[in-house]
Design a protein around this ligand. Structure first.
Ligand code: EPU
Length: 283
């Protein structure tokens, strides 16, 4: 029917870790209509579906996925509405921030350098430098049980790396409430966030950002560092020497290698400090 569709697609191509086996299908809906048609077909055929955002907080197993990955990357519209911006779930934060700067709209600069899409970032309330994306969300459009629903600010709640948007409700579009500012000032703040992030995080190697959430009162990175685990390797994966809460794919890592490092770090930190680390990644 003219859908954009691939079979036996290797998922390592679609994750920032550059790890993961094939999905039976990969489907790129270009609009809401295509998406709902596609979902009906998968449902009728009994094919399980999984929604793919930026693939930046995701570890896909080496065996891949029996079912269909639905990439939202073609839902990439960005529209200004006064001091608001409405963006499709598949818009990368890089594109959104660029769009905001060009239109003199401020507020999201702290996200500069975060490798995510709008949908994924809002679902998990991505944050940096003391701010979180949820603070700026005005409205979220989701697809649930065959319907499009609009969730207004009043029905949304956000906490550290958490939103109350249920897993069965897939984010389709988000409206952000921003403020007017000069383009140069916005660009300066974005550049500053980039610089600060680059100093402490290994941004030039494939990773999925932070692996663990920070437990209340602690920094996961500092704990793994104090446990002496920086530079620890398993196959092609390594606990970053630059920031211990990052695992980097040094050389053809497999999901197995990464999972081993995650388990090892969790166990060691618990043994040494009695603190339980919880993954931020989706596996
Ligand atoms: N630290 C170490 N060793 C390390 C890493 C960190 O001692 O290997 C120490 C630092 O010196 C600092 C403290 O731990 O005193 C905190 O480190 P950092 O400022 O790097 O912040 P973080 O808590 O590790 C959080 C977010 C990041 C976000 C940064 C910047 C989490 C899990 N991490 O990191 O988010 O970019 O703050 O705001 O909340 C992510 O979620 O994927 C992520 C990277």
């Amino acid at each position: 029917e003219g859908f954009i569709f691939k079979e036996k697609e290797p998922l390592w191509r679609h994750t920032t870790f550059r790890v993961g086996g094939p999905a039976d299908y990969l489907f790129y809906p270009r609009n809401f209509l295509e998406l709902s048609r596609g979902l009906e077909i998968f449902k009728a055929e009994g094919v399980p579906v999984y929604f793919l955002g930026g693939g930046s907080n995701l570890l896909v197993r080496d065996g891949g996925f029996r079912g269909a990955f639905i990439s939202l990357s073609r839902l990439d519209f960005c529209e200004p509405e006064g001091e608001r911006v409405r963006a499709g779930a598949g818009v990368s934060l890089a594109k959104l921030l660029n769009f905001c700067a060009l239109n003199g709209l401020a507020g999201l600069e702290f996200l500069a350098g975060v490798p995510a899409t709008v949908g994924g970032a809002v679902k998990m309330n991505a944050g940096a430098f003391g701010q979180e994306i949820g603070q700026l969300v005005e409205e979220v459009t989701v697809y649930k049980d065959g319907n499009f629903l609009s969730l207004s600010r009043a029905r949304l709640s956000f906490a550290y790396r958490f939103s109350n948007i249920p897993d069965e409700a897939v984010i389709m579009a988000v409206t952000f409430r921003l403020k007017k500012d000069y383009q140069e000032r916005i660009n300066e703040r974005m550049a500053d966030c980039w610089r600060r992030r680059k100093k402490t995080q290994p941004l030039n190697e494939p990773s999925a950002g932070c692996v663990f959430k920070n437990p209340p009162g602690f920094s996961a990175g500092a704990l793994i560092d104090q446990a002496g685990l920086k530079g620890l390797r398993s196959g092609g994966a390594e606990i970053s020497r630059k920031h211990a809460n990052f695992i980097v794919n040094r050389d053809g890592a497999r999901a197995q290698d990464i999972l081993r490092l995650i388990d090892f770090a969790r166990e060691r930190v618990f043994q040494l400090f009695g603190v339980e680390l919880e993954e931020e990644l989706r596996v």
